[in-house]
Design a protein around this ligand. Structure first.
Ligand code: SF4
Ligand code: SF4
Length: 225
């Protein structure tokens, strides 16, 4: 199956369809940080296929930040975010469901022309990945147009998968996680003058890099009023 983004269809299958192709590892920030297969969509699918007790998936569910980057690359069209959310619910770890619902319902402020006019080629716009991937087919066009119109940079990889800025860090793993590695991965290779974050919660991680001014799209929108 082609991986061209224009061919990507909505996820329809469940964990039983996992063929262990490992494509989801390429985009999963948890794999990049831990290199632990059990914490990935592949590991989770395989565990569910062999009927592992749900308690064995607790670490997987805790690490996953529900960024949604894995689902668009899955050639079997597995609803990987749905799978992770289901595991979280079964483990009663669904405390961020409300936050997720808010994030995915949010219309991007950058769709407003007044906000777009404040962005330029020196800006790295950090897309909020959960809303982007939840509405991937529509939003990929919005952000492609934004990039063409303003010349700004985006936290997208070559397949136009949005790279999440923040990682959840379960207490048991805190020592093993390099909090800033994710941010360094995102800024790598760009000539940046300013970082603009869609999700204000992403601000802290980029400010800690200490190299560029950081502001949120909300602040940009206020400047236009
Ligand atoms: S939703 Fe994000 S963090 Fe979770 S498994 Fe998929 S790519 Fe990894
Ligand atoms: S991309 Fe899909 S089919 Fe491939 S390993 Fe990941 S979950 Fe399984």
């Amino acid at each position: 199956m082609s991986l061209a983004t224009t061919d990507i269809a909505l996820p329809v299958a469940d964990h039983a369809a996992c063929s262990a192709c490992a494509l989801c590892l390429l985009v999963c920030p948890i794999w990049r940080q831990t290199r632990d297969i059990e914490l990935t969509p592949l590991g989770c699918s395989k565990a569910l296929q062999r009927g592992a007790p749900i308690e064995d998936l607790a670490a997987t569910a805790q690490w996953c930040n529900l960024c949604g980057a894995c689902a668009p690359v899955c050639p079997e069209r597995i609803d990987l975010v749905g799978m992770m959310r289901s595991v979280r619910r079964r483990l009663r770890l669904d405390s961020n469901e409300a936050e997720l619902a808010t994030a995915t319902a949010r219309e991007p402020l950058v769709a407003q022309s007044a906000v777009r006019s404040r962005l330029g080629p020196g800006d790295l716009l950090v897309i909020e990945p959960r809303s982007y991937h939840a509405d991937y087919e529509r939003r990929v066009k919005v952000y492609d147009e934004l990039r063409r119109e303003t010349g700004c940079m985006l936290n997208l990889d070559l397949q136009r998968i949005a790279i999440p800025a923040r990682l959840p860090v379960p207490a048991d793993y805190a020592d093993a996680c390099d909090y800033l590695a994710q941010a360094r991965w995102i800024v790598q290779g760009f000539k940046i003058q300013r970082i603009v974050v869609e999700d204000p919660a992403d601000r802290g991680v980029f400010e800690r890099l200490g190299a560029w001014p950081v502001m949120s799209v909300d602040e940009l929108a206020k400047e236009t009023r």
